[in-house]
Write a protein that binds this ligand. Structure first.
Ligand code: GAF
Length: 376
């Protein structure tokens, strides 16, 4: 269904915001560390029009549900989790909470970002909504502000304690680049990431095992990291330098928290190493660091899944340069960096390994770094 079919009028404009994969820097954002995501070509698209009666109407072409109708002034946190409309409603709430002159609107969504695949379909939905409201009301918000408001919606309205990476990736990525982001102060650099020029490919392996950030395991990791920072007397784990890690680990008595600290500190260092390699034009050499990062997420942070581990091991055995889970984990997707001549062999190996293990066939697709949120 189109906007016109749903609402009987024409939209004032169309905006879209992408999903993302993260190249490296996982579970570092809520530790005020470093991340390196890139935007997918898959986007959430929203057609939008203002309303002057304070009514907010939401419709998704992807969900079998009619129009959700709410009053902007009555929005309050605590929406039932899993309800897609909580994300755009949360953005309206967050913008109003920030004192922005946002009232009613008609919004019609359609998304190509796989849902529950760890590819930031929620952030795409939030950032698309915030971009549309920004455009409709001529607010002139920066991409960083749009990302912060979107994160506020997810944290406080929907109730998922996510970091800022996904919203920043969706709002700020640019085509042909990965986004090197310092999540403490949102300092960023666009890092050229031209795979084709080096005969390389980036394959996304959606295991089709649904991941959900709200199920407590993510919050538990976050709380464990905060406990680690408290024990070590630093504002956040980002403040433990790699060289200080052995001494820091001796001061953390809890074995679980110790593993979390080790993951976060080594992961921040892997981001630095990957950046140095990309800056030196040595993209192939990034591969083993991806696989090293996966081992850390699997063994120390324990957020992988059997399907993700199988994807990574199979890709590496079939001649990929490296592979890792991407995003929050507990299911979702892996990424594989490989030379283009290995693509067919790796895809075949993945399909065979998943069939042999009795898992559903993974959804495989290639990606290049796409653009962030924009008016269409
Ligand atoms: C999810 C969260 F939303 C991000 O903020 C980030 O913590 C990521 O998991 C793990 O790196 O995508």
């Amino acid at each position: 269904m189109s906007f016109r079919e749903v609402y009987g009028t024409a939209p004032e404009g169309t905006w879209e915001a992408p999903g993302r994969v993260n190249l490296i820097g996982e579970h570092t954002d809520y530790n005020e560390g470093f991340v390196l995501p890139l935007a997918l070509a898959h986007t959430c698209r929203v057609e939008a029009a203002r309303r002057d009666d304070g009514v907010l109407r939401l419709h998704s072409a992807d969900v079998e549900e009619g129009v959700v109708q709410l009053r902007a002034e009555e929005l309050a946190p605590g929406a039932p989790e899993g309800n897609w409309a909580a994300y755009p409603a949360g953005v309206v709430w967050a913008m109003r909470e920030a004192g922005l002159p946002v009232g009613g609107a008609d919004l019609h969504f359609t998304s190509t970002v796989p849902v529950g695949a760890g590819l930031s379909s929620s952030a795409a939905l939030e950032v698309a909504t915030a971009s549309a409201l920004d455009g409709l009301h001529g607010l002139g918000l920066s991409p960083e502000r749009i990302a912060r408001l979107s994160q506020r919606a997810e944290n406080a309205f929907v109730g998922v304690p996510s970091g800022i990476m996904d919203q920043m990736a969706s709002a700020c990525c640019t085509e042909g680049h990965a986004l090197h982001l310092d999540t403490r102060d949102l300092t960023q650099r666009q890092v050229p990431f031209d795979l084709a020029a080096q005969g390389l490919r980036l394959l996304v392996v959606d295991t089709r095992v649904k991941h959900a950030l709200g199920d407590g395991a993510y919050a538990e990791r976050r709380a464990g990291c905060e406990e680690g920072a408290r024990t070590l007397g630093v504002p956040a784990l980002r403040d433990i330098a790699y060289a200080e890690l052995p001494g820091a680990l001796e001061r953390v008595a809890d074995p679980v928290v110790r593993r979390y600290v080790r993951h976060v500190v080594t992961e921040d260092q892997r981001v630095e190493r990957v950046i140095a390699l990309l800056d030196a034009g040595e993209t192939r050499a990034v591969g083993p660091l991806l696989t090293e990062g996966h081992a850390s997420l699997r063994d120390d942070f324990q957020v992988s899944s059997p399907e993700l581990d199988l994807a990574v091991a199979t890709a590496d055995e079939a001649g990929a340069l490296g592979a890792r889970m991407t995003g929050g984990g507990f299911g979702g997707s892996a990424i594989v960096l490989l030379a283009q001549e290995r693509l067919k062999a790796v895809e075949e190996a993945l399909n065979s390994a998943f069939a042999a293990a009795g898992y559903p066939q993974p959804h495989l697709f290639e990606t290049t770094p796409g653009a962030g949120a924009r008016r269409v």
